[in-house]
Design a protein around this ligand. Structure first.
Ligand code: GUN
Length: 268
């Protein structure tokens, strides 16, 4: 068996076209949507992410403001920056790119973002609403994974979805979103015993750890749908968490890196 490769670039474009229509409607009613993207320091992957997010805004007619602060910015300074952005009426969304430098209190920063402008859905109010199944803003990468599954008509209801990774940004919110779609969800992580035994029972397997090649073919149930959220740089090449070629021969559907979940995160 050779898996069909899921084209995240195409699906992301489809979503952006829908958003473009929404942006037009907003503009016709006198609102120009605006997004602030805050980058602290020079994390290479964050640079790429932020650049692509700003480019996506430009292509959609969304006003964007990039705030690039130096690596030695303090928590207090960043809190002040977030507070200023909260009060700017032309900005409807605020995105503080993660990871932040280690000396910054990340939780304090995320808590300071106005929950109504928290496009990453990482404020405790939005994260709590997600956990309770209430409406609210949702993190982009998990939303992107859900959109892939829905738009590729991959049935999630009753399926066993195994997610490797329990981060606040991806694993935890994705588990909750999948539960809302009536999946049976197992979250695995670095302390999980017998990882392979569990992953081999996953109808859908999601890898979101940031460890290149972690998901080898023997971890995959034959015919499973495999979603690779990892973005790792190895020898100047972008690779995911999935051992691509061998898994391609075992799975039924597979997202590539690049061109899989990445463009979906930007679109969402
Ligand atoms: N770092 C990696 N992915 C993301 C994301 O979706 N949002 C933010 N804020 N930081 C990230």
């Amino acid at each position: 068996m050779t898996a069909r490769i899921i084209n995240g670039t195409r699906i992301g474009k489809e979503i952006r076209e829908e958003v473009c229509a929404d942006v037009l409607r907003l503009k016709n009613s006198g609102v120009i949507p605006g997004l602030a993207a805050v980058l602290v320091g020079n994390h290479p992957a964050s640079h790429i992410y932020i650049r692509n997010k700003i480019k996506a805004c430009d292509s959609l007619g969304v006003f964007s403001k990039l705030v690039h602060l130096p690596e030695d910015t303090t928590t207090t300074q960043l809190l002040q920056c977030v507070s200023d952005l909260n009060h700017q009426d032309s900005l409807h969304g605020i995105l503080v790119q993660l990871p932040l430098p280690n000396h910054i209190d990340e939780a304090a920063i995320l808590f300071a973002i106005d929950p109504a402008k928290d496009v990453d859905g990482l404020h405790p109010l939005n994260a709590g609403n997600l956990a309770l199944g209430h409406a609210g803003l949702r993190p982009c990468t998990p939303s992107g994974v859900i959109e892939i599954l829905l738009r590729e008509r991959i049935s999630v209801k009753g399926a066993h979805v195994v997610v490797i990774g329990r981060s606040n940004l991806v694993g935890k919110p994705l588990g909750l979103l999948l539960l809302q779609q009536h999946a049976t969800v197992t979250l695995c992580h670095s302390r999980t015993k017998n990882l392979g035994k569990i992953t081999q029972t996953g109808d859908i397997l999601v890898a979101a750890v940031g460890y290149p090649g972690l998901v080898t073919a023997d971890l995959v149930k034959p015919g499973a749908v495999v979603i690779d959220v990892g973005i790792n740089r190895v020898d100047d090449k972008l690779v995911g968490d999935v051992d691509y070629e061998p898994v391609l021969k075992k799975a039924s559907l597979l997202t590539p890196v690049p061109g899989g979940v990445g463009p979906m995160t930007i679109a969402c």
